[in-house]
Design a binder for this molecule. Sequence first.
Ligand code: NAD
Ligand code: SER
Length: 321
Amino acid sequence: MIKKILITGSSGQIGSELVMALRNIYGGENVIASDLCPNVSEKIKASGPFEQLNVLDKGTIADVIDKYKVDAIVHLAAILSAVGEKNPMLALNVNIKGMLYVLELAREKKIKRVLIPSSIAVFGPTTPVDNTPQETILRPTTMYGITKVTGELLADYYVANYGMDIRGLRYPGIISNETLPGGGTTDYAVAIYYDAVKYGKYECFLSENTMLPMMYMPDCLKATVDLFQADFSKLKHYSNFNVGAFSVTPKLIAESIKKYMPGFEITYKTDFRQAIADSWPNSIDDSCAREEWGWKPSFDLDAMTQDMLKVIGEKHKQGLI
Ligand code: NAD
Ligand code: SER
């Protein structure tokens, strides 16, 4: 029975919503939010503990684990693909060293469960692009992808050699409306909704027919919580579950927005992120996640578009964006 969960990188796009989802299940006091950045939202501050924590500082991670008697860790702190290509050594350092400290402390302190997300960035230009299988070629060309493949292999090493419970899933691009994404290649799929509401138009940094797998945040939270709570003894994979929801291009998202905002306009001006997107799959085969822990997404593109426009439209009316 898990009692105290530490979340690293909790102020990011996923962490800011996952903290609240886990606090609703495990209780506010039992989910310790932590991030390098000391600025924390009122919601997270008011609903449970927060610690400023650099995952490159092993001593402080150890102190926080001891202080709260942590018995599970969700390790989200990372540098994403676009920022990682601008600063590859930072991505290497944070993503590998930070993860290694978490794994080593989990081993030393007999932490019961660790969840570490991976990404579709583990795939590369030689991977089959359509319905990309669970087991396939992993030769990414980004530093971010290299750190994520290494992370998956390290996690499986700790499972195999130390008998630890470590889980992970390869998120596709995550689309949400609470916290802006932290510098990935799929960020356009969030920015397009904000700009649609604010300006009625969007200039996209990927080309119109760039197809990528995506997922709406409620499904991301469901997938994460479901894998976190899955019976480990029933899993055949551990750190690397493919999870999919739907695949889209900028043009398809624009068409979906136009159904509700007929005047919306999109233009295209590609940048360095196009090459990253071109190295990733079009769509994902997530049958192992479906079979092993019952994964099933709820949102498709149009359902997500309606919800995104409603929530972001409300924020705009209130002057929050
Ligand atoms: P994000 O960039 O929004 O948030 C990352 C957080 O980590 C930030 O709040 C940042 O301040 C923090 N951080 C950075 N360096 C740190 C350090 N040294 N110590 C402590 N905290 C530090 O990222 P996210 O989108 O929330 O991603 C969370 C996880 O999910 C990452 O492992 C990421 O690779 C993975 N993932 C995300 C997506 C996506 O589309 N959002 C897709 C695939 C995988
Ligand atoms: N959304 C992430 C990125 O674009 C994929 O891991 O970096």
